[in-house]
Ligand binder design. Structure first.
Ligand SMILES: [Zn+2]
Ligand SMILES: [Zn+2]
Length: 187
C-alpha cells in the first residue's frame, strides 16, 4: 500500500514537472517569439538591418534557445531519475515537445543565417545554446520509433534537398521597410 502511494505521488510530481516544462513553450511570450521567428522562417524573408526588426528577431531567437535549454535540463533530470527509462510522464513530455523541437531543427539555422546576412558586424554568440539544442534533438530521436518522426528530428543540413522543411521551396523575399519605434506617432 505504502509503495503504491509513494509511486503515485512520485508520478504526480513528475507530471507536474512535465506540465511546467511544456507550459514554458506555449506561454504568451513564447507564442510571440515563435510568431516572430516562424513568420520570417516560413515567408523566407530577409531581415531589415535598419530599424527595430533585427533586435526583435535577435531577442526572440535567444529566448527560444533558452527555453529549449531549460527543457533539456528538466528532461534530463526526469530521464536520470528514471534510470534512462521513459515512464508515462516522460512519454507525455516527449509527445508534447516533439513538434516544437522538430520545427526548430530548421528554424534556428535559417534564422541565424538571416541574422548574420543582415549585419555581419554584429555576431550571434549562440554556440553553447545550439549545442544544447542539438543534445535535446538527439535524445528525442532515441525516444521515437516512428521513422517519420526520427527523420524530422534529424540534424539540419544546408543541403536544401535533404532538409525536410518546406521553407526551402519558398522563394526568398526582400526585407520589409524598416519599422522605427514611434514613427508617425507625432501629432
Ligand atoms: Zn531546413
Ligand atoms: Zn525551414
Amino acid at each position: 500500500m505504502t509503495l503504491l502511494v509513494w509511486r503515485k505521488s512520485r508520478l504526480t510530481a513528475r507530471l507536474e514537472i512535465v506540465r511546467s516544462l511544456h507550459a514554458e513553450l506555449i506561454s504568451d511570450s513564447a507564442a510571440k517569439d515563435r510568431h516572430t521567428l516562424g513568420s520570417l522562417h516560413w515567408q523566407n524573408r530577409e531581415i531589415n538591418p535598419d530599424g527595430a526588426e533585427r533586435g526583435e528577431v535577435m531577442s526572440a531567437y535567444f529566448a527560444m534557445l533558452w527555453r529549449f535549454e531549460r527543457l533539456h535540463a528538466g528532461r534530463k533530470v526526469l530521464l536520470e531519475e528514471g534510470n534512462g527509462s521513459r515512464d508515462v510522464a516522460l512519454k507525455m513530455l516527449d509527445e508534447q515537445v516533439y513538434t516544437h523541437v522538430a520545427e526548430y531543427v530548421c528554424t534556428f539555422p535559417v534564422i541565424k543565417d538571416k541574422l548574420v546576412e543582415s549585419n555581419g558586424d554584429d555576431p550571434v554568440f549562440d554556440g553553447a545554446y545550439l549545442k544544447t539544442f542539438d543534445q535535446l534533438r538527439r535524445s528525442l530521436v532515441d525516444s521515437f520509433d516512428d521513422p517519420e518522426k526520427k527523420a524530422r528530428l534529424g540534424a539540419h543540413t544546408n543541403n536544401t534537398e535533404k532538409c525536410n522543411c518546406k521553407c526551402h521551396e519558398v522563394p526568398a523575399k526582400p526585407p520589409l521597410p524598416a519599422q522605427r519605434p514611434f514613427s508617425g506617432a507625432s501629432a
